[in-house]
Design a protein around this ligand. Structure first.
Ligand SMILES: Nc1ncnc2c1ncn2[C@@H]1O[C@H](COP(=O)(O)OP(=O)(O)OP(=O)(O)O)[C@@H](O)[C@H]1O
Ligand SMILES: [Mg+2]
Length: 403
């Protein structure tokens, strides 16, 4: 008897514990349901309302007791057919409906979604309607659109910043070349002035000869044409870059013309080598008559970029070697720039033409070189490809139409 009694006690304690856990769960669910801003209506299989949440009570302004047990179809302001048919048609599609209000009015449109309610055995036991007033959705959509526009704007600004850095990089090479030449030219001017002063100051022939020697007038005169030509080319290059920048924004491409590739490559290699202390060997094998149809300034830019990259790749090698070779097929001119550096990591092969992709330290690469080059070659109707050479090093192949 005592045993039965103690069993009863422990049973009751257990029951109370379960009950309070249940109440706790109920409170939790209720508070969750009342805090969501979407409306929620649960119906049984005949469409009678079993449960609604606070958002739905607020929308209709009808008391909960007046809603429970009512057919949900009766609450719809317009004839949209029984919601249960809609449910049978399958889940998915939102439906825009309006609900009747307590004061006889009609709610704003609600985008309603209908799902099957399953019982604990997983069998259909009714339906769950969830929805949100369309006006609210529209507002959320507008806010999202604004946020997206802002992001696009920010991304544009960031791209612009990187583009400007790239432009600065492109301009830096010819400008430092011009500045260097002008520096030398001004030194030459001083020497000429000294010499002319001696000549006009009535120096004897012997003195003039001596001054000519010490001032190295002959070597200077030999140097002048190259210096002037180099400066002129540098200025031309700056002008070309500015022009190609204009083309970037207005896509105003000049007419294509036959471009002598051997000469262009020679100049491009000169440009790429200028200003760097490169001990690397550069081999150029371009047939003299190799021609492509295109815009010389742009193709020059591509070649400079490719050779610069190759020189970067071999910069730390004692036996760095860059090979620029040309050949022609029936319709195309092909120029390959290859090096014996460490090549391109397999995972990067697909990325090297992406704008701003660079593996170089900050300040040494913007990752625009190949992107710009790719665009130029593509606009010419050609192709720019990257691969690793079997023996090590990278190879870039530019294919351009010959006519
Ligand atoms: N010859 C090469 N060997 C190995 N990697 C290369 C070679 N050429 C290009 N790459 C890789 O491709 C990346 C992108 O090259 P890209 O010319 O577009 O930009 P960058 O040289 O880094 O910078 P920028 O040309 O704007 O100064 C390089 O950072 C490098 O990782
Ligand atoms: Mg580069």
């Amino acid at each position: 008897m005592e045993e039965v009694y103690s069993d009863l006690i422990s049973y009751e304690v257990e029951l109370e514990e379960k009950n309070s856990a249940l109440e706790e769960a109920q409170r939790f669910i209720t508070s969750v349901l009342s805090s969501v801003s979407d409306i929620l209506v649960v119906c049984d299989q005949r469409g009678a309302i079993q449960q609604v949440n606070l958002a739905f009570l607020r929308l209709t302004d009808i008391a909960e007791v007046d809603l429970l047990g009512q057919p949900v179809d009766d609450l719809l302001a317009e004839e949209v057919g029984p919601l249960s048919y809609w449910l049978e048609a399958g889940p998915g599609n939102d439906r825009e409906v309006r609900f009747k209000l307590r004061d006889g009015g009609v709610s704003e449109p609600v985008a309603l979604t209908c799902a099957t309610l399953l019982d604990h055995r997983g069998l259909p036991a009714g339906m769950v309607l969830t929805g949100r007033p369309v006006g609210e959705l529209r507002r959320a959509y507008e806010a999202l659109k604004r946020a997206q526009a802002q992001l696009v704007q920010q991304e544009k600004m960031a791209s612009l910043g990187r583009l400007i850095a790239g432009v600065a990089h492109e301009l830096n090479n010819p400008i430092s070349f011009i500045v260097g030449n002008v520096h030398v030219l001004s030194k030459y001017r001083e020497r000429l002035e000294t010499y002319l002063a001696a000549v006009h100051g009535g120096a004897s022939a012997a003195e003039r000869e001596a001054a000519r020697g010490t001032l190295r007038i002959d070597a200077m005169m030999d140097d002048l044409p190259d210096l002037i030509e180099g400066t002129r080319e540098g200025a031309q290059r700056v002008a070309d870059i500015v022009k190609s920048l204009k083309r970037l924004s207005f896509s105003d491409a000049g007419a294509a013309q036959p471009v002598p590739l051997a000469e262009l490559t020679r100049k491009a290699v000169q440009w790429a080598v200028k200003g760097r202390n490169s001990a690397s060997t550069i081999v150029q094998e371009i047939p003299d008559d190799l021609e492509a149809l295109g815009r010389a300034g742009q193709i020059h830019q591509v070649l400079v970029n490719l050779v610069e990259n190759a020189l970067d790749a071999v910069a730390d090698l004692p036996t760095g070697r860059v090979e620029v070779r040309g050949q022609q097929t029936k319709a195309m001119a092909v120029i390959e720039v290859a090096d014996n550096g460490s090549g391109i990591a397999e995972a990067d092969l697909s990325k090297v033409f992406d704008p701003f992709f660079t593996t170089k330290p900050v300040g040494q690469g913007t990752g625009l070189g190949l992107w710009i080059s790719y665009g130029i070659v593509r606009d010419h109707g050609g192709m720019l490809e990257a691969e690793n050479r079997p023996g090590g090093g990278a190879l870039f192949r530019m294919t351009l139409p010959r006519d």
